[in-house]
Design a protein around this ligand. Sequence first.
Ligand SMILES: Cc1cc2nc3c(=O)[nH]c(=O)nc-3n(C[C@H](O)[C@H](O)[C@H](O)COP(=O)(O)O)c2cc1C
Length: 391
Amino acid sequence: MNALNIGNLRVNLPVIQGGMGVAISLSGLASAVANAGGIGVISAVAIGMTEPDYMKNYREANKRALRKEIRKARSMTNGVLGVNLMIAVTDYEELFTVALEEKIDVIILGAGLPLKLPKYVADKGIENIHTKFITKVSSAKAAKVIFSYWAKNFNFIPDAVVVEGPMAGGHLGFKRDDLDGELVPLGDIVEETVAELKHFEKEFDKEVPVIAGGGIYSGTDMYEIMQRGAKGVKMGTRFVTTNECDASEKFKQTYIDCKEEDIKIIKSPVGLPGRAIRSNFMDKVNSGNPEPFKCYWKCLKSCDSKNVPYCIAQALHNASKGDMDKGFAFAGSKAYLATKIQPVSQVVMELKVEFYRKKYLEYLKNFLGQRFIPERINIPNVIPYINIRMA
Ligand SMILES: Cc1cc2nc3c(=O)[nH]c(=O)nc-3n(C[C@H](O)[C@H](O)[C@H](O)COP(=O)(O)O)c2cc1C
């Protein structure tokens, strides 16, 4: 398993933990993933909901909570830490600036095209900033738009790209119709994006790793997508059922209890489809019974707060606290595979074992040809032999 290199930043475990709001991935989960060698990510969206004065003082509460969580995570790890920012939020620039001031290692920009960077970046000069910028896209076309814009306007290109396919949890960068029937394979989008970025890499003399996310749950998934050109993976769902995940036990339990058919596509007030686990609350609002709410501030640029049937930020925060009657859990299409809560270190160990198992099986398949019968192969016994052959 090769390290993921983002410019001069080396990440020994090529795994980015998906930023998960509201208050699902804070300092607890982020520091645990960073300690395991990956990139641990704090989700900034509505993070101030964890502060007592959020309703009156939302902007300050968001900034304060983000700064606090970054510092807390730093105190728990020397590993690589990131912040996930949604371009769709009203205080995007302010949160972006806090993350930069705190010298976070990476910022992942999603839910829209990041065509505007905060004044802080212009003042410092983009090339003088410690933080690496990663943009999240769902198509090679979107990557091209962002890279062309940055190249033209900032004479700089993002340091890495996350390609997120249609199997992901949370909001999805696809049209509703594209999420029915056969889904576009993530591997195809990865290959197209790798090809699209080639000339930007040449022009800027810079390697831009493509990282794949959405439905990556096992080490086998990791191996397969890395064979298609991904240099790393982004995983959200797999890290929810860990001891260190910052959500309540009830939230985690919905993952363990859910079945494949409980994982649904919803129409989110954000204006994008999302993937979540069915709940009574979801059934209620979907059947035309709105959940009344008071909007204290328009946290999402696109939210038509007077006409939406519920407040998405409030529903997600309720769920994260364990009030499942007043919300629902976002989840990826493989959430039903969760069977237990375990430490992050154990998840990472399983990912490595699965990854190497798949790698060795592939090697044997090529080596043995028609004599390859997977059921007859005892991996622990053949590993030393294969290591010698591969050397
Ligand atoms: C519970 C949950 C909350 C999420 N919240 C956010 C978020 O606030 N912002 C964002 O950009 N992505 C969010 N995502 C997407 C993740 O960052 C990640 O890209 C995604 O989970 C990858 O797909 P997977 O869940 O199949 O691994 C969320 C995903 C989940 C499961």
